[in-house]
Design a protein around this ligand. Structure first.
Ligand SMILES: [Fe+2]
Length: 347
């Protein structure tokens, strides 16, 4: 049963087998709704978990004028909202994509000086039956945010500040919980206890870099690839979910699966690709075509997502993101952040 609230109506996400749409009652503003949630966040959290960790809030335009509102809302979902100035290291992030006034917000945009370019367009652009491609390997770029870290983050909040016209620049989401539940028993047995090796992009460990014969860069301790269970049991819902990325955010030198033949032609790669094809079947995928002022909250512990192509030479797309941490699960208990150099961590 979806949670009842005086504040909002919750309806199923159209075109998806997971997710919810939260509309505030009586034309309530995003600002007023956030203030009410701060007094009692439980209905919001209940709605999120009842919706498989995915909520669309169409009425959050207020954030565009008052970006701290996004941080306040983020704080309701976990112990820590990442302050990107504090976790910045020259090797893993650029300073100029941090919001100037609100360092918890990362800008994802092709606007200068960031100039972040979209994924390459799927080739061919449509499927054989004329549809928007969503399934791996036709659709690439599937990942869960910052899985190259231990502990990994819980949630991301993502808002469209300046979206592209409809039909491009969408974000695709895939349900790791539903996909795990439908695996055949023999495959569940085969992956039990396995760990994936997740890599910080840009260090010569992607599938493409390895196939091209690029030498992997030497890594400082805080840049090293990190292991995670291939099946993560969600610390709140208790449900198991596939937890993985593909070409760009797994380690194709020593992984992608710990203890299996490494490299892009090894047994680990075959398993990753088999699972990735499974998790990106139509019934587990939702495609979100953005409207200005829409906010999406997604749980990185059980959902994957992928960006889509857009005409970057024609349009400027601006998205803001926050990252929420603090409840990765018992297997990460007491760990120091892997991605912070020791000297900075001691500050
Ligand atoms: Fe992402």
């Amino acid at each position: 049963m979806p949670p009842k609230s005086d504040l909002f109506d919750l309806s199923p996400l159209p075109g998806a087998t997971f997710g919810g749409v939260m509309n505030f009652k009586g034309g309530m503003s995003g600002r007023a709704a956030t203030a009410s949630f701060e007094k009692n966040p439980q209905p919001l959290l209940d709605a999120l978990y009842a919706s498989g960790g995915f909520l669309l809030m169409p009425q959050m335009m207020d954030i565009l004028d008052e970006p701290t509102l996004m941080v306040r809302l983020s704080q309701l979902f976990g112990r820590e909202v990442e302050n990107n100035l504090k976790t910045y290291t020259a090797e893993n992030k650029t300073l100029f994509n941090i919001h100037e006034q609100v360092p918890e917000i990362i800008l994802v945009t092709n606007a200068p000086p960031i100039n972040s370019q979209p994924m390459t367009r799927p080739e061919p652009p449509l499927t054989a039956d004329g549809k928007f491609p969503t399934r791996f390997p036709h659709r690439k770029g599937w990942h869960t945010d910052q899985s190259f870290r231990r502990p990994p983050p819980d949630f991301s909040l993502f808002i469209a500040v300046q979206p592209t016209p409809k039909g491009q620049g969408q974000t695709l989401f895939a349900d790791g919980t539903g996909a795990y539940a439908s695996l055949p028993v023999h495959l569940k047995k085969r992956i039990e206890g396995l760990e994936g090796l997740h890599a910080l992009p840009g260090n010569g460990r992607s599938e493409k870099a390895v196939r091209e014969g690029q030498p992997p860069k030497p890594l400082l301790p805080h840049q090293r690839s990190q292991k995670h269970p291939l099946v993560r049991v969600h610390p709140v819902t208790g449900k198991p979910a596939l937890y993985m990325c593909e070409s760009g955010q797994m380690d194709w030198v020593d992984g992608p699966i710990v203890g299996m033949t490494p490299g892009p032609d090894g047994d680990g790669a075959k398993l990753v690709y088999e699972l990735m094809r499974h998790i990106t079947q139509d019934e587990y995928v939702y495609v979100h075509d953005w409207t200005k002022g829409e906010l999406v909250i997604y749980d990185n512990r059980n959902l994957l997502h992928a960006p889509s192509w857009y005409e970057a030479d024609k349009y400027i797309r601006i998205m803001w993101r926050t990252t929420v941490m603090g409840n990765a699960g018992p297997e990460y208990a007491g760990e120091k952040p892997s991605w912070i150099p020791q000297t900075a961590a001691a500050e």
